[in-house]
Write a protein that binds this ligand. Structure first.
Ligand code: FES
Length: 85
């Protein structure tokens, strides 16, 4: 996983297998940076209170987070990663 900032957008890029996902980097529960969390088959786990966010939908799988993180379309072309924000 890695984080990049583009203007006021703070984006998480996460690679699982050959697929790359993009979501907002900040947890919707409190101010925690998901890029410092943990990646698993279930999604990305927040490092602060351990809510897991699905990487396809952004939906939290367990409390305390209740709101989804935004997700973004990703395109890979000639080795470059493009995120539609
Ligand atoms: S800050 Fe992420 S679950 Fe609480």
């Amino acid at each position: 996983m890695l984080r990049f900032d583009h203007g006021d957008k703070k984006i998480l890029l996460a690679r699982r297998g050959e697929k790359i996902f993009a979501t907002d980097v900040m947890c919707t529960h409190e101010e925690a940076d998901l890029s410092t969390g943990f990646l698993s088959e279930q999604g990305v786990t927040c490092p602060l209170h351990l809510s897991v966010f699905n990487l396809d939908s952004g939906v939290p799988q367990n409390p305390p987070a209740e709101e989804s993180v935004a997700t973004y379309n990703v395109k890979i072309d000639a080795g470059a990663i493009y995120v539609e924000i």
